[in-house]
Write a protein that binds this ligand. Sequence first.
Ligand code: MG
Length: 223
Amino acid sequence: MHDSTRTRPPVVEPGPAPADPLSAPSDATVLFDGDDLSKWEHPDGSAASWTVENGYMEVKPGSGPIRTKEAFGDVQLHVEWMVPTTVEGEGQSRGNSGVFLMGTYEVQVLDSHENQTYADGQAAAIYGQYPPLVNAMRPQGEWQTYDIVFHRPHFDEGGTVVTPARFTVYHNGILVQDNVELTGPTAWKERPPYEAHAPALPLRLQDHDNAVRFRNIWVRELE
Ligand code: MG
């Protein structure tokens, strides 16, 4: 875990970002269309205070994470994100954020364009568990896309996991996680075991002290 000598995934050029965001399909729930954070809140229930301007939201460092007011289980999720154009910091300190399904299982957001870090912590890693198959990162200042298929874990009556959580992820249209099974919640320097939780929980975006931007977030429920 977090082994800095582990072989890193090969770099694959995804080509330029599309000029326009991908439209939400008719059966999707739009979580952020560029106008406001009315579908979001801080975990304590206070109004989401991240900056909204020019059609995107931006992490307000120090304000804490935000989560959806609505809860989700199995989903197809589309997220667009951009790391700061000004390159500051290294490794995990450069353009770090995260997309946490059920507030618990992180698809890492990081500036992984010419930025070395441990393989299971770079962009599109399932944090601390699975490096991406390839590094499909566009340069700073360009929009990135995640298209995520997530299946929630299932628990028996006693709270033991019966079916683990699974992720399939496309980064900029390129397959980077192929139906991987999680060992439990994602975490730093540890592999905590599953703890039984509700079948639907809010989606969370991480404040890791970097001004990462997000736009065009929509979700299709699969259950
Ligand atoms: Mg992160």
